[in-house]
Design a protein around this ligand. Structure first.
Ligand code: GLY
Length: 351
């Protein structure tokens, strides 16, 4: 078991190990001795597998458990589900001393966090991520959000959880499709910061050593979040592959999943950087090979003109500039401000 402590506006632990769902109640109780109710939010994929286990653990620790389950998938991460969760918590008389518990993947974590950030102007919440993507990225760092018609994560808040418990056993029931999806965020950390992590992924592919890899990703994210909680500086590097990736997701009406969008986005940026002399051909080839080792896609059928509009509504745009994250070498990336009028050509050179 590994414990990584995040020191942001709130200090909290991210714990990576086996059997943590069974210990969730006890661990949350020790952090919130006065809480009476726990509002567990989950989706209809995860709830049949783990809601009972989480509920038992919470009840054993003296919580009255209320649960709300919504249909799985990105289309649920909207204003309607968000309001349903708020109304559910209001009807259940959740108070400021109670706790919301996100049991699921990135969608569940993001929307539960946003509901917790805004219900009664803010209540405590806990992340129990059950997907690889949620463990290595979305459950850590306090970004909470819902999607708007114009794009992903356009309404949200920074709100750090009380604790994040990554129970590795939950990955055993994750379908290969979702495991592969999360591995895009994993390889992103290798490209950003860690040659050894990258090499491990190249060698082992999807059979990577989970506790080592997940805790290493969380450590890298912890360092970014500690330095730049509110995403105005170095944390923006976590968006490697995301500006193009989000545009691909949006163009496909979210038929292409987040991780696959990010993987293709990373491949496009790597090819564009090599073409423009910003990184070597070797770096580009390593990135593409790393993505393929994890069975991730590297090509898109969308043209640069189709991708342009959704890229322009990316929230990382500031006025007439888009900040792209570019690899210079493995474990050495930069923030690269690009005038919006050059964006389409830049992306075109990487298609
Ligand atoms: N997912 C990127 C971040 O948390 O900053």
């Amino acid at each position: 078991m590994k414990t990584i402590t995040v020191e942001a506006s709130k200090k909290y632990d991210v714990i990576v190990g086996h059997g943590l769902l069974n210990e969730a109640g006890e661990r949350i109780r020790s952090l919130l001795p006065k809480a009476q109710r726990a509002a567990v939010i989950s989706d209809d994929n995860v709830a049949p597998l783990y809601l009972e286990r989480a509920t038992k653990s919470l009840e054993k620790a003296g919580f009255e458990v209320l649960s709300f389950v919504f249909p799985h998938g990105e289309p649920s991460k909207n204003g309607e589900t968000y309001l349903q969760i708020l109304n559910f918590m209001a009807a259940g008389q959740i108070t400021r001393s109670d706790v919301a518990v996100a049991l699921g993947g990135g969608v569940v974590g993001d929307i539960t966090g946003f509901a917790a950030a805004t219900f009664l102007r803010g209540i405590s919440y806990v992340q129990l991520p059950t997907s690889l993507l949620a463990m290595v990225d979305s459950s850590v760092g306090g970004k909470t959000a819902i999607d708007l018609k114009e794009g992903k994560n356009l309404a949200g808040a920074f709100c750090q959880p009380e604790v994040v418990l990554c129970d590795l056993e939950t990955l055993d029931t994750l379908s290969p499709e979702f495991f592969i999806d999360g591995s895009a965020e994993v390889i992103k950390y290798g490209v950003l910061e860690d040659q050894q992590l990258f090499s491990h992924l190249m060698e082992r592919g999807l059979a990577f050593e989970k506790e080592y890899v997940i805790s290493r990703c969380v450590e890298i994210k912890r360092d970014y979040v500690t330095e730049d909680e509110f995403d105005t500086g170095v944390r923006r590097k976590l968006n490697l592959g995301h500006t193009v990736g989000h545009a691909i997701e949006k163009c496909s009406a979210y038929g292409i999943s987040h991780g696959r969008g990010v993987a293709i986005g990373l491949a496009i940026i790597a090819r564009a950087c090599a073409q423009k002399g910003l990184c070597s051909a070797l770096c580009r080839d390593d990135i593409i090979a790393g993505l393929k080792a994890l069975e991730l896609p590297t090509e898109t059928e969308y043209s640069s003109s189709q991708l342009l509009q959704p890229m322009l509504s990316d929230k990382k745009r500031t006025g007439s500039t888009v900040s792209l994250i570019i690899p210079k070498a493995i474990a050495d990336c930069d923030i690269y401000p690009l005038p919006v009028e050059e964006l389409e050509n830049f992306v075109k050179s990487g298609l």
